[in-house]
Design a protein around this ligand. Structure first.
Ligand code: SAH
Ligand code: SF4
Length: 439
């Protein structure tokens, strides 16, 4: 989400005649787009600011430092009072004000705007993608969140949920297709509650899939409380809507889910997973899990372990609970699971998940996939990296293949994170679905 937000800020700055600099050392203005989701995300920002302080010291000429995003909203006073380096603080709904705020800074004042909006979606601003790979892009379709999960700071830092009009989303996707992009991930905190004057997320996804049949469409994130069958059918029926769903469980224990204010039970969640697999055979699934939430007992943790074993996720993002100020959990519960226990539970689920992923990925050996090449592999310039429709990273020898191509590959080897393949031929979504070559 921050990646997408930074692209909106790029658009605003470039409209002012600014150009992207290669490094903070070369820049006159540096913005740091921040995240408050867990304490360690915030710690990284404080470290980065320390680094900017040293850049400023060694620099002649102007150096304006701005803090953008969720932390701006959450800890603005601390930035301005304690962190003398910071000149401006801008919350996630106030990016349009940046040029005006920069003028205040030029006048020698500190500038702040952290006002949250009920309407702002930046719908009319065309994001400028400077740091991407030119193949895959994020498109933000909603802002804010109304779900108020007990552990989560997002509703406080990003404000009320609002949907961007469908026409402006489709316009952006059309534009991306014309620019040669091959994959779009549409983003929202809970895309299932997308609502543009009655237009649902399933309808938006269907319309998005019709823009360009050779453009892959992904989405993130879905809340398990309101996942409609209609969306599962769009995924199953449209070849360019990827067979991959990120469906965070958070916990495998119904009482913990209740305390987390996640309105579904373990059983309802598992029924939803069955439904997904029934309507979309072979669908790839991922989750987010929190260990050591307030009051979580060993038994309750074991339910998370067993849920993950039962579902067998293709991928999981796992975190130790980090208490956030203002949240329901902070106000009502005690953060009573010792850090050591949180971490031990986290290690346990990570280890189990790595084993599951290694097994699942080994089952891919001998299968064919259509890989969208995103660029050179991190390991070697002689290899390319891309993802399958099911969101698995694949590496293969470069030969004459290129970034941005769809390549049909045969999987030869696998570990818990990556598939290794032999490329067969350049293909397309249509070709791969219509005339698959048999092994
Ligand atoms: N809107 C998305 C999640 C956004 S935050 C959703 O509801 O799925 C991404 C993930 O961070 C969450 O799913 C949760 O697993 C984790 N997270 C959020 N708050 C956290 C906290 N206080 N401590 C630890 N992890 C947290
Ligand atoms: Fe946070 Fe819950 Fe909203 Fe996700 S749905 S952003 S976890 S409050």
């Amino acid at each position: 989400m921050n990646f997408a937000d930074s692209e909106i800020v790029n658009a605003i700055m470039m409209e002012q005649g600014c150009k992207p600099a290669k490094s903070p050392e070369e820049a006159e203005i540096v913005f740091i787009n921040t995240c408050s989701i867990r304490d360690n995300a915030e710690r990284k920002v404080w470290d980065r600011l320390k680094y900017f302080r040293s850049v400023k010291k060694n620099k002649e000429g102007d150096f304006t430092v701005g803090v953008l995003g969720c932390m701006a909203e959450r800890v603005r006073e601390k930035f301005l009072e304690r962190e003398k380096l910071v000149d401006l603080v801008v919350g996630p709904d106030a990016y349009r004000e940046i040029p005006k705020l920069l003028m205040e800074v030029e006048d020698g004042r500190k500038a702040v705007n952290v006002i949250l909006s009920q309407e702002e979606t930046y719908a009319d601003l065309a994001p400028v993608r400077v740091t991407g790979n030119g193949v895959t892009a994020f498109v933000s379709i909603m802002r804010g969140c109304d779900n108020m999960c007990a552990f989560c700071v997002v509703p406080f830092t990003r404000g009320r949920e609002r949907s961007r009009p469908m026409e402006s989303i489709l316009h952006e996707i059309r534009q991306l297709s014309q620019e040669g992009y091959k994959e779009v991930t549409v983003l929202g905190q809970n895309v299932n509650s997308y609502n543009d004057n009655g237009t649902s997320f399933a309808e938006l996804m269907y319309q998005a899939s019709q823009v360009d049949p050779e453009m892959r469409i992904r989405f993130s994130t879905s809340h398990p409380k309101d996942f409609p069958d209609e969306l599962l059918h769009v995924i199953a029926e449209q070849p360019n809507v990827c067979n991959y769903i990120h469906i965070p469980a958070q916990s495998g224990n119904t009482e913990v889910l209740e305390r987390m204010r996640r309105p579904y039970t373990r059983e309802q969640y598992l029924t939803l997973i069955d439904r997904m697999r029934e309507i979309i055979p072979g669908v790839s699934l991922s989750t987010d899990i929190i260990t050591g939430f307030c009051g979580e007992t060993d038994e309750q943790h074991k339910d998370t372990v067993s849920l993950m074993k039962e579902v067998r996720y293709d991928l999981a993002y796992m975190f130790a609970y980090s208490e956030r100020e203002r949240t329901f959990a902070h106000r009502k519960f005690e953060d009573d699971v010792p850090e050591k226990v949180k971490k031990a539970r986290l290690t346990e689920i990570i280890n189990q998940q790595m084993d599951i992923q290694a097994d699942i990925n080994r089952e891919e050996i001998g299968k064919r996939h259509l890989v969208l090449v995103e660029g050179t592999s991190k390991r070697s310039d002689d290899q390319l990296a891309g993802r399958t429709d099911t969101n698995k990273m694949v590496i293969f020898d470069r030969q004459d293949y290129q970034k941005g191509q769809y390549v049909e590959v045969l999987i030869k080897d696998a570990n818990s994170a990556t598939l290794f393949a032999e490329p067969i031929r350049v293909s397309s979504i249509a070709q791969f679905h219509e005339e698959p070559v048999t092994a």
